[in-house]
Ligand binder design. Sequence first.
Ligand code: AMP
Ligand code: MG
Length: 276
Amino acid sequence: MFPKIDLGELERYRVRPGGAVKLADIDPRDDKGLPLGKAEAKKARKADIEALDRLQEVLYAEAKHALLVVLQAMDAGGKDGTVRGVFGHLSPMGVTATSFKKPTEHELAHDFLWRIHQATPPKRMIGIFNRSQYEDVLVVRVHKLVPAAQIEARYDAINAFEKQLAESGTTIVKFFLHISKKEQTRRLQARLDDPTKHWKFNADDLAERKRWDDYMAAYEIALARCSTPYAPWFIVPADRKWYRDAVIARIVHRTLDGLDMAYPAEAPELAKLRIS
Ligand code: AMP
Ligand code: MG
C-alpha cells in the first residue's frame, strides 16, 4: 500500500483520486513544490539520494516490500535522464529497470498486462518502468490500435492490477514528466545537432509530436482515472532537469521512509558464534 505521508508543498503534484486533470493549466517550469534555486536543489537531491541508498539496504534486508516506480513522458521528456539522475546512484543489486517498447508479436498474442506483470519487482527490489502499462491507453488510444471499448476497459484493468500488486506488498509511485512542447523542440533539435545523440533520435518521434494535443488528452484521462490512493500519479514539472530530479528524489525518499521499514530482529543464535 502507498504509505500515509504528507509531502508538504509537493502534494500539489499529486493527482487527486477522482479529480480532473488539465495539463495546459500546469506550468512545466513550476517550482512551488520545492522552491529552491538550482544549486540548492542539486544539494537537496544529493541528500535525498544518500537517504535512498540507506533505505534501499533496509528494503533489501527486511524483505517485506517492493517498490515500483513508473515513469511516463513524451519523447525527450527525461525518462532516461531520471533513471540515471535519481536511481543511478543506488546499488545495481537492488534495482531493476525495464523499458517497454512496441510489443512484439508474441507479447501482442497475450493480454496487455502479461509482459508488464513479469517485469514487476519482487520483494526487496526497486523496479523502474521506463514506459509501462500506460502505453496501452496512451499510444494505443492516440493511434486507435485496438477498439475503443477495449481501451475503455483498460483503465479499470490497470487499477485492479495495481491494487493487487499493492496488496501483495508492492508500493507503487507513478511520475508523469511534464514538459512543454517548446522544450521538446529544443531537446529534439539538440539530438539532431549532436551526432553522438543520433541514436536516440527516431524519425517517428516527429510524427508523434504532430499529435501532441491528442497525447495530452490521452494523458489527462489516464492520470485522472488511474491516480488512486494505492498507486498515485504525480505530475512533475520537467522542463528543468535539475528540478525534475530533485522532486522525484524527494518523493521517492519520503515514500520509502513512510514504509517504516526496519532491519530484521536480532538473531540471538548469532551472538554466540565466534569467528575463529
Ligand atoms: P522509446 O521509449 O523512445 O525507445 O520508444 C518506444 C516506443 O514504443 C514508443 O514510441 C512507445 O510509444 C512504443 N510503445 C511502448 N509500448 C507500446 C504499446 N503497448 N503499444 C504500442 N506502442 C508501444
Ligand atoms: Mg523515442
